[in-house]
Design a protein around this ligand. Structure first.
Ligand code: HAM
Length: 439
């Protein structure tokens, strides 16, 4: 009976979701550390919001007719009757938090950054997961175009410092007024070519006309190339805003491509939009991240009209690109020392010694359940430690311990009371030697 049950359990992760194993963690740590470092150095504070939010938050902001909300959200009703969704993105959550915690009363703009998993029930493929990670930066409470340029600059420099070769593609999609006028012109254009549109775009034509511009279907791409461009329909205010963003980017010496297709897949954007592209195989562009201004979002969910701008980057895609480019990531320092023990009494002594050394700041590895010395030395070797401390019955009686240099295999007896000083001395001279060698 028990056998039958265990057969029914699928020992695999859910489709589109995966484990990030220890071997990959150094790359992930590098990105996470870089994000924290940029956050700190650019005056952004960390925020963590819950993974679950009320479904309506995303419907209102990301938009009911977007693919994300209409097709890709993990939504459910709780036992208490609440309609919740796993967050497909974090900007809406940050905006909710801004209102809920009265951040309006803080000096503006409020600058926040985050790191965390997102969930979209999308078709899994290379670079597209159902659980993926993003980091994002948001500046809420300022309408000045210089903030747009600052955020574009942060998104650019962060990836550059990691070692990626990227392009910034920018556009402006205007505000709700000039865009609504443009949408009429755009719809008219596409209606004249309805028969050539793919099935998805025929469907989107009335619901989300702007998205027709970034359809990847070949025929739709050709139509998009000839379509009226929003840039020619911006009101003066939106046009001036955009021109200033570009001027600041020029000043910062950040190269960009003007790309009228950057309309983004979320409804909350106004004015500036941008994507950070990496050039993939066969010259195909893939977005590593994207962002834009979202001046109407806060008022859409009940806050006072508050301008804002931000971006988010897909960490899984950043890591994949780092691996493709074979970007060198330093492994975390191998453990300083290994403690091997022989016999119950020695094991008791070793247990205490691990605690004592760890509390002093050493990295200590051990496998206390192992009995043989050969086994333990093999494990110490695998960990890459420089020294192994060996303690047995004789050492306990003599109040000594053996210290083994793992490279040369030379062992020395030392007084147990001097063990900390001895290890420190040897590790310091080992470090000094390897620095000399590197030079
Ligand atoms: P987004 O363009 O939907 O924007 O997502 C940003 C990045 O997340 C994408 O460029 C991509 O790298 C990554 N991403 C999206 N979907 C997936 C997926 N299924 N698998 C792997 N990576 C994925 C936003 O989410 C906005 N909240 C950005 C923003 C912040 N706008 C203003 N502030």
């Amino acid at each position: 009976m028990a056998k039958k049950q265990s057969k029914q359990i699928k020992v695999q992760s859910v489709k589109g979701m995966r484990d990030i194993l220890p071997g990959e963690q150094p790359s992930w740590d590098l990105v996470r550390d870089k994000v924290k470092n940029f956050g700190q150095n650019y005056g952004f504070e960390r925020i963590d919001t819950p993974i679950l939010e009320f479904t309506n938050l995303f419907k209102r902001t990301v938009g009911e007719n977007t693919d994300i909300v209409s097709k890709e959200m993990y939504s459910f009703v709780t036992l208490g009757g609440d309609k919740l969704s796993l967050r497909p993105e974090t900007t809406a959550s940050v905006a909710r938090s801004y209102i809920e915690h009265g951040m309006l009363n803080l000096p503006q703009p409020v600058k926040l950054y985050y790191l965390g998993p997102q969930f979209r029930h999308d078709k899994p493929q290379a670079g597209r997961y159902r659980q993926f990670w993003q980091f994002g930066f948001e500046a809420i409470g300022d309408s000045d175009p210089v903030i747009d340029a600052e955020l574009i600059s942060i998104s650019y420099h962060l990836l550059k410092e990691i070692g990626l070769d990227i392009e910034i593609h920018v556009n402006s999609i205007g505000d709700s007024e000039c865009r609504s006028h443009y949408l009429k012109v755009l719809k008219q254009y596409y209606q004249g070519h309805r028969k050539d549109l793919c099935a998805d775009c025929k469907d989107r034509l009335n619901k989300n006309t702007l998205r027709l511009l970034d359809c990847k279907n070949k025929k739709c791409e050709n139509l998009a190339a000839e379509a009226p461009q929003i840039i020619d329909h911006l009101c003066d205010e939106c046009k001036n805003h955009f021109m200033l963003v570009l001027e600041y980017l020029d000043e910062l010496d950040i190269k960009y491509t003007l790309n009228p297709k950057i309309v983004r897949g979320l409804d909350y954007y106004t004015k500036t939009t941008w994507e950070i592209m990496e050039i993939g195989q066969e010259g195909k562009l893939q977005a590593l991240g994207g962002g834009g201004r979202y001046d109407d979002l806060i008022s859409l969910i009940g806050g006072r009209p508050t301008p804002a701008v931000g971006f988010a980057m897909g960490i899984d895609r950043v890591i994949a690109k780092m691996q493709e480019l074979k970007i060198k990531v330093d492994k975390p320092n191998s453990r300083d020392i290994y403690i091997a023990q022989l016999g119950i009494e020695a094991r008791k002594k070793a247990l205490n010694l691990v605690e004592e050394l760890r509390a002093t700041g050493f990295q200590v590895a051990s496998n206390m359940s192992k009995k043989g010395l050969k086994d333990q030395l093999e494990l110490a070797n695998k960990k890459g430690v420089k020294y192994t401390l060996i303690i047995g019955q004789k050492e306990i009686s003599d109040s000594t311990i053996l210290i083994r240099d793992m490279e040369s295999g030379v062992q020395e007896i030392i007084d147990i009371k001097k063990v900390k000083n001895e290890i420190r001395k040897r590790l310091d001279s080992y470090e000094a030697k390897s620095i000399k060698l590197k030079k």
